[in-house]
Design a binder for this molecule. Structure first.
Ligand code: ZN
Length: 130
């Protein structure tokens, strides 16, 4: 009987199995990995993807917070328009620099990784005190 080398490993290391080939989120090149859910062909691609998201996120974070928590200023400065413009610029950059591949994860993947985002927020009852 043939056995995979990973099954014979008794070192206590995580068991690695061959996962289906998938396209790297950064470069788009198909790759195989022993890690379930692997998204990148290597560290360089993982860092490039996450660095771009960090840079773009920093640009839109303050605008989004103002939109949500300082409506008057956001309205006067047309923050929603600025956010939309940022998104359009990012998409154009993706088309020019990434052969059109999107630079963001699907929302369902975000929710799968961060289930607390859709958790119900429990607040104290708003009943008047007697
Ligand atoms: Zn890659």
């Amino acid at each position: 009987m043939l056995r995979c080398a990973c099954e014979a490993d008794n070192s206590g290391a995580p068991r690695r199995t061959v996962q289906p080939e998938r396209a790297c989120l950064e470069c788009g090149v198909p790759f195989a990995s022993g890690v379930a859910g692997a998204e990148f062909c290597g560290n360089a691609c993982r860092m490039a993807f996450n660095n771009r998201r960090s840079k773009r996120g920093a640009e839109i974070y303050d605008l989004l917070m103002a939109l949500r928590h300082d409506r008057h200023t956001a309205t006067v400065l047309k923050v929603w328009t600025l956010l939309s413009r940022c998104a359009a610029i990012y998409r154009e950059e993706d088309r020019a620099e990434r052969d059109g591949r999107r630079s963001w994860r699907h929302p369902s993947e975000i929710l799968a990784r961060r289930p607390y985002l859709k958790a119900e927020i429990l607040r104290p009852s708003r009943r008047k005190a007697d």
